[in-house]
Write a protein that binds this ligand. Structure first.
Ligand code: GSH
Length: 192
């Protein structure tokens, strides 16, 4: 299997953590790809020109992080996730979307993007998502799956790229973030 990724993509990190946690570390070839560089291999694999892309052993190129996570989970023999776990995965992906959207809008349009209608909606979404996630009872589960990895990656991406957003009052999230970051899969894939 190949994973097309870059080092700072929260989406790619969630897919890679899911692969590592599922035991596919040895089987996974990392193909570093910059979507902003019009990389030929990435464009061929994913016409949307986004990372991550997982190329299966059969040569099927899968785009979209959630679908890649589901594929890896199933390949590892994981049981279908209960609705509460899928809900958590959606909240985690929503956090990543809003945070990454904020970062990329600032990068291409400057800080004033935060004042735009869309920018303000993204920032408000981050606050609401943090509050909702802090109430989640599924975060303290011992049997982790990609829903947890998505949330932890979303939180770590906030710390990495949007440190001015202070979520330290969300004590459940702080403890969860620390617990997940201590795992080898997160240490190996740290943002840098
Ligand atoms: N919905 C996609 C989003 C992936 C995404 O936006 N990846 C970013 C990197 S963090 C990217 O490749 N951006 C390039 C672009 O938007 O052209 C997913 O869930 O995988």
């Amino acid at each position: 299997m190949q994973l097309l990724l870059n080092q700072t993509s929260p989406y790619a990190r969630a897919a890679r953590v899911t692969a590592l946690e599922a035991g596919f570390g040895e089987r996974l070839e990392l193909v570093w790809s910059d979507p902003w560089d019009e990389a030929a291999q990435l464009l061929a694999a994913n016409p949307a020109n986004k990372v991550p892309v997982l190329i299966t052993d059969e040569g099927v190129a899968l785009g979209e992080t959630l679908l890649i996570c589901v594929y890896l989970h199933q390949l590892a023999g994981g049981v279908p996730l209960a609705a509460e776990r899928l809900q958590l995965a959606g909240l985690g992906q929503g956090l990543i979307d809003a945070a990454f959207g904020t970062v990329i809008a600032r990068k291409h349009g400057g800080a004033a993007q935060d004042e735009s209608v869309l920018g303000a909606r993204r920032l408000a979404a981050i606050e609401r998502l943090l509050a909702r996630l802090d109430e989640s009872s599924t975060l303290d589960a011992e049997d982790l799956d990609f829903s947890h990895y998505l949330v932890a990656v979303g939180l770590d991406y906030l710390s990495f790229r949007l440190p001015e957003i202070d979520w330290s009052a969300h004590l459940v999230l702080v403890a969860f973030h620390q617990r997940l970051l201590a795992r080898p899969s997160f240490a190996t894939t740290a943002f840098q």
